[in-house]
Design a protein around this ligand. Structure first.
Ligand code: SAH
Ligand code: SF4
Ligand code: F3S
Length: 482
């Protein structure tokens, strides 16, 4: 009897996690069931990422681990899909000929046919399309978590950030109809979901293509993205709405207003900065400048009480000097980020940045990376410390990864909190917790009957910047949290 079980390993971003849920849904409709590990699974699928070079290396490393398993059991099916498959195409089959199927970012729906072809083929079956066959949301999904769902509102990206390979791999931006999104969310809520995260490479340009295609009567007074947030605010039983990622150049005040006015839209903003140097932002073809970025941060903090702001930053982009890097430290300090994801620049073949001059030496990049990490760590520690003593609503996710006696949950601002594992703190439950201790990456708390209040800061955001550069920053510093 053939082993119809599957194991999926996902690399990369939330879009990929969501794509993996779709791949699992497709496999389950074919009669496959989950397996606990790649060794015992009849089918192993790697959903790949190509955003940085180490993502490439990781995949090839993992594929070589599978080779002896495939040799021992030739009936085992090995599938490689997603962004790196789109980028490397035939090269995967050439480097790892024990792979059975390779598919790209536009054709997950063909998985059943590709698997059928692989059954009778001696060589790997490779199908990479240049354009999306169908919106992936039309495929069934098997969700990892019962109460949370990813919902894609657009696919692809129309921007030209010079470091980024995503537009080459995911194609041009294409928005989903607003009514289809709301209908999917209603179905998810009927199925027990209380929290959704809206996904798009640039969520606040959502719907521009739809409006271009059908401008509708008269002028709209809200962007379609703000419209969508308001529409989701009307869905009964939907407790929390998050979204990722907006682009600073497209951010409009109506989205801040929606985050303030629509009760289920969480006070969480992920706003990628990339660099604090205007010269580097220009070379990155990110069309906002640091002052505009800090204005957005100030507007968010002034409009949305308690908002937590996180970011992405790249260090060592070609041409980045010590002065440029100091600008990044300065802007990060001024923005008082609550959390930050920091990356060393990685050369991606096919992107414009590869041919820029001034590539930064690895040792310099390492040293800048550590300096930035030290700053962002102290900013998140300070942000967490300001929460101690407050009572906040937690959505419990599950047992803590490091301590089974604790359950982990998230505040509306997406802060990770561990509480003692009691009957009330079961996965999917909304509880109130009094926050008692803070570390850089998490908080500790205990479940309480006390009502949740908005976070009340005990101290203003830290304003000590490296090298004593506090000088003229007061004008751009965000207001202390109300
Ligand atoms: N569409 C999202 C970003 C997707 S990629 C947005 O614009 O916000 C996620 C993050 O990876 C980016 O924000 C960037 O900080 C980082 N990244 C992308 N390409 C990179 C590269 N070549 N080297 C290093 N980091 C990169
Ligand atoms: Fe990449 Fe820029 Fe598009 Fe984000 S907005 S996916 S960084 S090109
Ligand atoms: Fe995401 Fe990686 Fe593709 S970050 S869009 S999975 S290249």
């Amino acid at each position: 009897m053939t082993n119809r079980t599957y194991f999926i390993r996902t690399f990369g971003c939330q879009m990929n996690e969501h794509d993996s849920e779709r791949a699992a849904g497709v496999l389950e409709t074919m009669g496959y069931r989950p397996a606990p590990d790649p060794e015992s699974a009849g089918l192993v699928l790697f959903n790949t990422c190509a955003i940085r070079e180490n993502a490439d290396n990781k995949l090839y490393g993992q594929l070589s681990h599978l080779k002896p398993l495939k040799l021992a059991d030739p009936a085992k099916t090995i599938v490689v899909g997603g962004c790196l498959a789109q980028k490397d195409q035939g090269a995967i089959a050439a480097r790892a000929p024990w792979v059975d199927v390779v598919y790209g970012t536009h054709n997950m729906g063909s998985l059943p046919q590709l698997l059928a072809q692989a059954d009778s083929a001696a060589l790997p079956v490779v199908e990479i399309l240049e354009h999306t066959q169908m919106f992936p949301s039309a495929l069934p999904a098997r969700r990892e978590v019962r109460h949370h769902a990813w919902v894609s509102i657009s696919i692809g990206c129309d921007n030209t950030c010079t470091f980024c390979i995503v537009p080459l791999l995911r194609g041009p931006e294409k928005s989903r109809m607003l009514g289809d999104i709301v209908a999917e969310v209603c179905e998810l809520v009927a199925d027990g979901v209380t929290e959704v995260t809206l996904l798009g490479q640039n969520v606040n340009s959502y719907g521009r293509d739809l409006v271009r295609a059908d401008p509708g009567p008269g002028r709209r007074n809200r962007t379609l993205f703000a419209e969508l947030l308001h529409a989701l605010g009307e869905v009964p039983g939907l407790e929390r709405v998050r979204f990722t990622s907006p682009h600073p150049k497209d951010f409009t005040s109506d989205v801040f207003a929606a985050m303030r006015d629509v009760p289920n839209v969480c006070e969480q903003l992920h706003l990628p900065l990339q660099s604090g140097s205007d010269r580097i932002l220009r070379r990155m073809q990110r069309s906002y400048r640091s002052s505009r970025y800090l204005d957005l941060v100030a507007e968010a903090r002034a409009t949305i009480p308690g908002v937590a702001i996180s970011t992405d930053v790249i260090v060592g982009f070609p041409g980045e000097t010590e002065d440029d890097f100091d600008d990044t430290l300065r802007v990060a300090g001024a923005a008082a980020f609550d959390a930050a994801f920091t990356f060393k620049y990685s050369k991606r073949p096919g992107t414009a940045a590869v041919s820029l001059d001034g590539h930064v030496a690895a040792a310099v990049m390492d040293q800048r990376f550590l300096r930035l990490a030290e700053l962002t760590r102290s900013l998140s520690a300070a942000s967490h410390a300001r929460q101690v003593g407050t009572v906040q609503e937690l959505l419990i996710e599950g047992p803590s990864k490091t301590d089974p006696a604790r359950m982990s949950g998230r505040t509306r601002e997406n802060r990770l909190v561990h509480v003692p594992a009691t009957a009330a703190a079961r996965p999917g439950a909304l509880v109130n917790a009094r926050l008692t201790d803070a570390a850089a990456h998490y908080l500790l708390g205990e479940v309480t009957d006390a009502p949740a209040g908005r976070a009340v800061p005990t101290a203003p955001p830290p304003r000590t910047l490296p090298d004593g550069q506090n000088g003229d920053l007061t004008a751009v510093l965000p207001a202390a949290r109300p």
